[in-house]
Design a protein around this ligand. Structure first.
Ligand code: PMP
Length: 426
């Protein structure tokens, strides 16, 4: 299954990986790195807004005007004039970088304001910033737990959660995706002898599903006195009142001990943040190596995220635009006969029986000015695939119409090509 997917993603999954490995897999990965047919992974934005733009390629001189469906800039705030203005002012005022970690005074007043305002929005007393969402998860999980603890992770949780769990030395177990009963059976069997148990889940998973049953899972965890951490990377900003996220939407802000999100998606910047009780955050800031030994978010990124936070909190119309595009796309694609599975969120994923046909469609779509990506094994059953289209408030209904027309055309062309290949084989 490594053939057409991104080589580094595949390599990252091989746990027994070694740089001196001469295996067939390594050779294949190295060959893939030089394969110019890779899309969207070799693409670079030359100009544009990240929802439409002029796209170049890292390996050749080809360029293409494209509608882009591959970023998680859900609210389009990365191009908001006010956000850009405040980022520029902060750049002038504080310069380009902080030069040290937040723990060693690498914070501007805006870092503090962000922590306070984020905590307030998600309904927690305190919060802690990290330079990325990835290091927020690694830093939180590894900072809170140790060898005598257990981490229980939904099987589809993000790599950063898995890495934090591996790093802390606690026992790591996974429960079946979104399955509170499976979680309960593990908790029943495992509740002693661990000092602490942390259950980690996401509010929305990134492969085209809707909201996860967060309340149900958290309530199950609480029955066994386990702590809970909810990653709201794909839900913060557009679920719940003021965009507070899934915990707020499902009424479990109190019960969720740690609420985490990234600043790189709805907020359009760079960074990660974890909110919790004051005691838990104080502990995290004194124990998390990712917090203490890593430089903090740059002033411009911080100002952008803070301005975006203030904006999304009060601007329901922005969320409405995202949902309008989402529902419009879902309706149009279903009317055209595409199976979108059970999802209802902004990540729209038409299902395909045959991953190779899907990869060909992704290439064909790119030529038609539509940049998308494909999701394959192990996220979906081996051999199958899903086209992934991530909606944002910056996309328009016209973008959706153009994309659907292109998909129908691309699929027709790929079908003809595959039929011809079959004939030639015979
Ligand atoms: N958690 C989840 C669920 C994610 O999808 C991502 C990014 N894809 C991260 C954490 C990491 O966030 P960032 O890319 O901002 O570091």
């Amino acid at each position: 299954h490594i053939q057409s997917s991104h080589p580094t993603f595949q390599a990252a999954k091989v746990t027994a990986w070694s740089v001196n490995d001469k295996s067939k897999l390594v050779q294949e990965v190295l060959q893939m790195v030089n394969d110019t047919r890779r899309n969207p992974y070799s693409k670079v934005l030359l100009t544009g807004s990240a929802t439409t733009g002029l796209v170049g390629d890292a390996y050749n001189d080809e360029t293409q005007e494209a509608i882009i469906w591959t970023t998680n800039l859900y609210l389009g705030l990365n191009r908001d004039p006010e956000v850009i203005k405040e980022a520029s002012i902060s750049l002038e005022k504080f310069g380009t970088g902080m030069g040290t970690s937040a723990a060693a005074s690498g914070m501007t007043s805006q870092h503090l304001e962000f922590e306070e305002e984020f905590a307030d929005l998600v309904g927690k007393p305190s919060a802690c910033l990290f330079p990325t969402g990835y290091t927020a998860n690694v830093g939180a999980v590894a900072g809170l737990l140790g060898r005598n603890d257990m981490v229980l992770i939904d099987q589809l949780c993000h790599a950063s959660i898995v890495d934090g769990a591996r790093l802390c030395g606690a026992k790591v177990r996974t429960f079946k995706h979104n399955d509170a009963e499976d979680l309960e059976s593990i908790l029943q069997a495992e509740v002693s002898p661990y000092r602490s148990i942390l259950v980690v889940l996401e509010g929305v998973y990134s492969m085209g599903e809707g909201a996860a049953p967060v309340a149900k899972i958290i309530k199950t965890a609480k029955k066994y006195n386990a702590l809970t951490l909810v990653d709201e990377a794909h839900s913060f900003g557009f679920y719940g009142k003021g965009g507070a996220g899934i915990c707020a939407a499902q009424g479990v802000t109190e019960e969720a001990d740690f609420i985490m999100t990234t600043l790189s998606k709805a907020l359009g910047s760079l960074g990660g943040v974890v909110a919790a009780s004051k005691e838990h955050i104080d502990l995290l800031k004194s124990s998390s190596r990712a917090y203490i030994f890593q430089a903090s978010i740059s002033p411009a990124d911080m100002a952008a995220a803070l301005t975006a936070l203030r904006r999304l909190r009060k601007d329901d119309a922005l969320r409405q635009r995202l949902w309008d595009t989402t529902y419009y796309m879902r309706q149009k694609f279903e009317d055209a006969g595409y199976d979108l599975g059970t999802g209802d969120g902004p990540i729209v994923t038409p299902h395909f029986e045959n991953k190779d046909k899907l990869y060909a469609i992704v290439q064909e779509l790119y030529k038609l000015g539509i940049q998308t990506s494909a999701v394959t094994y192990p996220i979906v059953e081996s051999g199958r695939g899903r086209l992934r289209l991530i909606c944002s408030a910056a996309h328009t209904r016209e973008d959706v119409d153009k994309t659907l027309a292109a998909l129908i055309k691309a699929e027709r062309e790929v079908d003809i090509l595959l039929e011809k290949q079959q004939k030639d084989k015979k």
